[in-house]
Design a protein around this ligand. Structure first.
Ligand SMILES: [Zn+2]
Length: 264
């Protein structure tokens, strides 16, 4: 059930039997030239749509913007930063809390959002509620190792093929990775924002546009090239995610809520 399609009486009725709500959270950011900017929201939207076919869980409108400062500078990427996402998500959850919601399932599509989601989760915990963060792309890789992947690679490409194949620009699917040793030749690029030195990696936060021409960094997720994606893979994977969340939600609903750790 979609919150935006209900009226206030429907919500009151729902709250008589459940205090759970699912909030998809995405991002608007460059995913390489073969992928749409809305990838990280479009995929959670599709999982939520599949979930809606098999569960009575209430689904809130998707948060389409996220914390993606490192991909800023590629035209079309719009980041609200970690602070922006904390404020937005906390405000949404606090409003829902006011009406009685106590179990918040975040269906997250973007790794950069996790710090903000974690902060809001602790905030809700201190108010006697629980937040569960479902990072779909990590969980999919745990359910099936062949699905594992990352930013703009086979996993996300397969998922977008399942959403709408016409969103994939196939002429760019075989582009070379195109990353640069932007710091120095002695501190070569390792993965994402890391550099390698004497057998270990060190994170040096910087904008990805200075590391890669196209913003696709499959090197971070060994072998996860977008050309290995297929629509069948995407369909199977997103359907498995919807099944998993439907089962998880049932268990999560049985959990006793936390005692408030201090007055609010
Ligand atoms: Zn993504």
């Amino acid at each position: 059930m979609y919150l935006s399609r209900m009226n206030t009486l429907d919500v009151q009725k729902y709250l008589q039997s459940s205090d759970t709500i699912l909030i998809p959270v995405g991002s608007l950011e460059n995913h390489g030239l073969h992928m749409p900017l809305g990838t990280d929201a479009l995929i959670p939207d599709e999982i939520a749509r599949l979930l809606n076919e098999k569960s009575d869980i209430l689904i809130a409108p998707t948060v389409n913007y996220g914390a993606t400062d490192d991909l800023s500078g590629f035209p079309g990427t719009v980041s609200i930063g970690t602070e922006g996402l904390i404020h937005l998500l906390r405000a949404i959850c606090d409003e829902l809390y006011k009406y009685g919601f106590r179990r918040f399932l975040i269906l997250n599509g973007h790794g950069g959002n996790t710090a903000a989601i974690q902060a809001v989760g602790i905030h809700l915990y201190r108010k006697g509620a629980y937040l569960a963060n479902l990072n779909w792309w990590l969980m999919a890789g745990q359910l099936n190792a062949e699905w594992a992947g990352g930013h703009g690679g086979g996993e996300e490409t397969a998922a977008i093929m399942a959403v709408d194949e016409t969103l994939i620009k196939r002429e760019y699917i075989d582009l070379p990775e195109s990353f640069k040793n932007d710091l120095s030749d002695s501190l070569p690029y390792a993965a994402w924002q890391n550099v390698s030195f004497k057998g270990a990696t060190v994170t040096v936060p910087r904008e990805i546009k200075d590391i890669s021409d196209n913003g696709w960094l499959v090197h971070s997720f060994k072998g996860d090239v977008p050309s290995r994606a297929s629509k069948e893979w995407g369909k199977e994977m997103l359907s498995a995610m919807a099944d998993y969340i439907a089962d998880f939600e049932k268990e999560f609903a049985k959990v006793r809520l936390p005692e408030r750790s201090f007055p609010i």
